[in-house]
Design a protein around this ligand. Structure first.
Ligand code: HEM
Length: 123
């Protein structure tokens, strides 16, 4: 039997990392504007469930489909990349190994198609 990343770190440590991650997202000029006016407590709660599920935990994600949650937000490739970098840095600071981070980042990368919806600029 192999231990999942969720088993290794546990809910509390993952939840702490997700809170830290959103602190960074809200400090970045690239990503902060997207979150203005949204209920961060709810987003963090959903994002924690989502990441726990991704890492092999029992928590079930109770939010909307990712595409529905992001389709009105006009998210650019730049913003997507910034979020990815901030997440990767946060996980590194919280002691996740290179291999674990690669796993998370490959999952995140696979969501690009449903999250980014502002790939073209005018003209
Ligand atoms: C990188 C992959 C991403 C994943 C896996 C992800 C995941 C999520 C999840 C699970 C929610 C909660 C949905 C709900 O409450 O029903 C959410 C909401 C949200 N996300 Fe993302 N997200 C990603 C990228 C981004 C990016 C790049 C931005 C903008 C820079 C962004 C902006 C938002 C905003 C503003 C909300 C709140 C929308 C609302 O409540 O209507 N997300 N995201």
């Amino acid at each position: 039997m192999t231990e999942s990343i969720y088993d290794k770190y546990g809910f509390d440590a993952i939840s702490k990392a997700v809170h830290d991650f959103y602190g960074r997202v809200l400090k970045s000029d690239v990503t902060a504007p997207y979150f203005q006016g949204y209920n961060m407590t709810r987003i963090i709660q959903h994002q924690t469930q989502f990441i726990c599920m991704l890492l092999g935990g029992p928590a079930s994600y109770r939010g909307r489909e990712l595409e529905m949650a992001h389709h009105n937000l006009r998210i650019t490739d730049d913003a997507f990349e910034e979020v990815g970098e901030l997440l990767d840095e946060t996980l590194e600071d919280h002691g996740f190994t290179d291999e674990e981070r690669e796993f998370v980042m490959s999952k995140v990368a696979s969501t690009r198609g449903v999250i980014v919806n502002e790939t073209r600029t005018a003209g």
